[in-house]
Design a protein around this ligand. Sequence first.
Ligand code: URA
Length: 234
Amino acid sequence: GLGTRSQVKDLIKKGRVAVNGQTEKKSERKVDLSQDQVQADGQLISYTPWEYYLLNKPQGTVSATEDNRYPTVVDLIKDKKRKDLFPVGRLDVDTEGLLLITNDGNLTHCLLSPKKHVDKVYFARLTGTLPQDSVKRFQDGLVLDDGQKTRPAQLKVLNPGSSETEALLTIHEGKFHQVKRMFQALGCQVVYLKRISMGPLKLDDSLKPGQYRPLTAKELRELKDLETGRDEAK
Ligand code: URA
């Protein structure tokens, strides 16, 4: 943030930059951003190229960076250092749950790529009665209202026989309103929807709707493995 590459080299040459309190005149000097303190004209330089937050999205917020009607999920991240954060994919305004907020475009591309088939698990509460053969019908793929066929999805009914069904659904793609439309295809209405995991990321019980935290080093490593394809070798 100090200027162009050559302007910064010039600052360094003039002795205006210090590493760990020592003037450093060589611009090829490598620094470790996790340990070394860099100052320019006595001011500490901080640099955060990438940020990653796991948000429990509350209802009534929109998965976008700007909106005229609703607060955005990015507005909820009060500690952010960067101005270029965005949500990885979309949850509906009335959907809660796990949403990754970052500015890492490559990782986002990978998580949303249909080729990667990243698992997303949703908890849904439904009205209406699911047919007996629902598990098989989700597994075989359903035809949505617009004629699109879905990839195999895994349904687990949590409270068989209850009047208001609660279920977990794992999908591996991300069509518009996909979960709601899949249940609709079987004659049920989703009345509450919450995403509880996406690939290696799981929603913490500790995060209430509206709360967030930075990803842990382990979570980030697992996401990066996904990006580089290392997980596929396992
Ligand atoms: N499927 C939906 O229908 N809505 C969401 O918010 C996410 C998946």
